[in-house]
Every structure is written in structure tokens, then in C-alpha cells.
Write a protein that binds this ligand. Structure first.
Ligand code: ZN
Length: 323
């Protein structure tokens, strides 16, 4: 086991479909960050280039002195090998030995994990999950992701893909999901699915406040608009969050019965809806999970959009100490 200096600095890289963000991190403090649009460059070769570009901008390549680099990527990752098996939303990622390729290119130790694990790690060490021994982390966005801490350790499953809360089935029948399943949670509460449901309801409801907010253009509908309409008292917007909260609560009831966690942390875009979403989630879990397990605290994530970078840096620190 290696001892890492207390004041050591790590680079945390958060790879997304739209932006690649990289930060220089000490502990839970983001000292400096850069954000580069990825666009079509999100291929493996493009990403390697952008990561080294980002490190250059952070001053790391010119002897800025980072001890190691951690990377979170939205895909299935074989850990600790750091091989990206697949990424549904990024082009060309299949069996890519990203850890090996990046460490060769950067001349630094590199560690790679799934982005939701990395965010869960950040919340577990520094945020709303601090102190938990058994933790479920959930991220709500285009997809619905999950990270699991069991008995004080990350649980990845036999192939590295444990914690796919977004693909817990909610019913026997329902819309087909790209994962191969049906009626998955994500098919109700993924961003696109929520917007699709609200658009369908809007066509039947000309009186909703949402029509004014989008200037009568359905394509202008975003989760932020629903959020605003909800705060302004629009019944349809409130129903959208209630319906989403109930679906999330149903899936989490299953997770609670299976894992008996001592806390659940929920982050990502639509978690910003706050109590409009959290109240139906908590209510459903209290109604549907087993007695003795159902009082688990369900709390919003605290680190926001920095969680990816801070968690990736923390991954680098912990794995370097372990090596
Ligand atoms: Zn699915």
C-alpha cells in the first residue's frame, strides 16, 4: 500500500456526451477546472486527445504535479482493468483499454470507472452519503444510473455492471428498452420519456401554464420548464414529477428490500425538482418497501455538477493508495 501525501493533487475527468470536464482536485476541493465540448470527438481517439488537452490547460503536463488521474465515463467499465466494454451514448467505444492507453499517453497513473460509481464515490466520501455503510446512489438524467456501496465497499457485480437501477422492470408489460428488457424504470423517468409524456398530456390540455412558458412550441419543452411550471403551481407539471417520483419510489422499494441500505442519495438533472419529486419517492417507499427497511433516509445529492470530477479524483487517490 502506498502512502499518498495529504496535500497531493489529483486530476478528475468527467467524460460526458456533450462536455469533457477536468478538474485539479485536493480532497473535496476543486482547485481549477476546464470544460471542453466533445461533440463528435467523443470517440476513443478523440477522447484521449481531449483528456491530454485538458491536462495541458490545467497545467499538469508542464510539471503541475498531479499524482494520478481518475476518469469517469458513461459506460460499462471492467474494473480495475479500466477497459471500457461499451458506451451506449458515445460513438465507437467497444473493448477500449482506456486506462492503459491514457496512462501511456499522459505518463501518469490513470484509473477508470463508470461515471455513476464515480459520482456515488464523491457523495459517499464528501457529500450526502458521508458515513453510510450501505449506500445506494442514483442519478437521474438522459439515463437513470445507480451505484452501490455494500458493507463499506463498492459493489460492482461479476461483470462490473451492478447497480443498474434504471433497468429495474416496473411491470410485466411495457415499452421495450434498448437494454433488451421491458418496462424499465428508465422508460418512465429518463429525461426523454418524461418530456414525451408531458408533450402527450399537453396536447389534451390547452390550459397548462407550460404552453405559455414554451411559447406554444412543444420542442422548447425541457425538464427546467416543467420545473418552473411546477413551482408556479401548474397541475400538469406537478403530476409529471409525482408520476416520476412514484415510479422511482417503486423501483427503490425493490432495491431497499434487496439491499437494506442505510441511505439513498439521488442526484442528476431532475433531482433539482426538490420536494415535488422527493415527497412522492419517499411516500412510495414507505408504502411499498418492507417494514423495518422502509424508513431509509432518501436525500438529494450535494455536490451537484462537480461530483463527477471530485469523485474521479478521489478514485485516483484511493486506487493509488491501494496500488
Ligand atoms: Zn432497460
Amino acid at each position: 500500500m502506498r502512502t499518498v501525501a495529504r496535500r497531493a493533487v489529483f486530476v478528475g475527468v468527467d467524460i460526458g456526451g456533450t462536455f469533457l470536464k477536468a478538474g485539479l482536485v485536493r480532497g473535496s476541493r476543486l482547485l481549477r477546472e476546464v470544460s471542453i465540448p466533445t461533440g463528435r470527438a467523443a470517440t476513443p481517439a478523440g477522447t484521449e486527445f481531449l483528456v491530454s488537452e485538458a491536462l495541458g490547460r490545467l497545467g499538469v503536463s508542464s510539471g503541475g504535479g498531479a499524482a494520478a488521474v481518475g476518469v469517469g465515463i458513461p459506460g460499462l467499465v471492467r474494473f480495475p482493468a479500466g477497459v471500457v466494454v461499451s458506451c451506449v451514448n458515445l460513438p465507437g467505444w467497444k473493448e477500449v483499454p482506456l486506462k492503459k492507453r491514457l496512462s501511456r499517453r499522459l505518463g501518469l497513473p490513470v484509473f477508470v470507472d463508470n461515471d455513476v460509481n464515480v459520482m456515488t464515490l464523491a457523495e459517499w466520501r464528501y457529500g450526502a452519503g458521508k458515513g453510510a455503510k450501505n449506500l445506494v446512489g442514483v442519478t437521474l438524467g438522459t439515463g437513470v444510473g445507480g451505484g452501490l456501496v455494500i458493507d463499506g465497499r463498492f459493489y460492482r457485480g461479476s461483470g462490473g455492471s451492478a447497480g443498474e437501477i434504471g433497468h429495474l422492470p416496473l411491470a410485466a408489460e411495457g415499452p421495450a428498452c434498448p437494454c433488451g428488457g421491458r418496462a424499465c424504470l428508465e422508460q418512465t423517468v429518463g429525461n426523454k420519456q418524461i418530456l414525451g409524456w408531458v408533450k402527450g398530456e399537453l396536447k389534451k390540455n390547452r390550459r397548462s401554464r407550460i404552453w405559455t412558458l414554451i411559447g406554444d412550441h412543444l420542442e422548447a419543452l425541457t425538464p427546467e420548464v416543467i420545473d418552473r411550471a411546477c413551482r408556479e403551481g401548474d397541475p400538469l407539471a406537478r403530476k409529471a414529477w409525482r408520476r416520476s417520483g412514484e415510479a422511482i419510489g417503486l423501483a427503490l422499494s425493490g432495491a431497499v428490500n434487496l439491499l437494506n441500505p442505510d441511505r439513498i442519495v439521488i442526484g442528476g438533472g431532475i433531482a433539482k425538482a426538490g420536494h415535488w419529486l422527493f415527497t412522492p419517492i419517499r411516500k412510495t417507499v414507505r408504502q411499498r418497501a418492507m417494514r423495518g427497511l422502509k424508513d431509509v433516509p432518501i436525500v438529494p445529492a450535494r455536490l451537484g455538477t462537480q461530483a463527477g470530477m471530485i469523485g474521479a479524483a478521489r478514485l485516483a487517490q484511493e486506487e493509488l493508495e491501494r496500488s
